[in-house]
Design a protein around this ligand. Structure first.
Ligand code: GRF
Length: 200
């Protein structure tokens, strides 16, 4: 697969609410060479599916009904069909296998083209509920990490990290909102940075 003429085609994988997916979709609308081609979810109940459809973005619900290999091969076929250049994970609650990573990077001359956004200063607090766990530990600061995706749980090479201080009296809900705002900023900045490398 070579870069598609006219744009970089982005696939967003998400399992839940989809606030990052929506920020990416809105941001891509203002870009000339970057297009959110599809949103893919593994969860029927994921709010992101309806939200993306409301923005006229094609959605796929690919549930894992049998084994992991079958599930990932179904997804790879969709990515090939749409000539996807980059995958943005946005609350996708599944690890990707070495096979999947290898197959996708092989479509791009071995380049890493899968990224994830995570609400902690990795390697601290990988996995689920990172914001709540850091809050419970009463840390004085945490942050957001943008990283490439490898087989591990939030272990890929870090692209960017930004710190977020916790004010003593702040509750979890208002602190969480700050994380999400920062995530959207960092993720859309990265999306915009692709504009220059995407061919017209
Ligand atoms: C975000 O906190 C993201 O960093 C993490 O999962 C959450 C997804 O939130 N990986 P949303 O569905 O984008 O609102």
């Amino acid at each position: 697969m070579t870069l598609s003429p006219g744009s970089c085609r982005i696939a967003i994988f998400a399992s839940g609410n989809g606030s990052n997916a929506m920020a990416l979709i809105q941001s891509a609308k203002k870009l000339k060479n970057v297009k959110v081609e599809l949103v893919l979810s593994d969860k029927k109940s994921a709010a992101v599916l309806g939200k993306a459809q409301a923005e006229n973005v094609k959605t796929y619900l690919i549930e894992k009904t049998t084994d992991r290999a079958h599930h990932e091969n179904e997804i790879l076929n969709i990515l090939r069909e749409h000539q996807i250049d980059w995958i943005f994970l946005a609350g996708y609650m599944r690890l990707l296998s070495a096979h999947f990573l290898k197959e996708f990077s092989a479509l791009h001359q071995g380049q890493a083209r899968i990224v994830n956004i995570h609400p902690s200063l990795l390697p601290a607090y990988p996995g689920a509920d990172s914001i709540a766990r850091a809050f419970q530990d009463q840390v004085s600061e945490s942050g957001v990490t943008l990283h490439y995706v490898d087989e591990g749980m939030d272990t890929g090479k870090i692209i960017r990290q930004e710190r977020l201080r916790r004010v003593e009296a702040q509750d979890l809900s208002s602190w969480s909102q700050q994380f999400h705002q920062l995530e959207h900023q960092i993720y859309t900045d990265f999306l915009k940075s692709l504009e220059a490398s995407c061919k017209e």
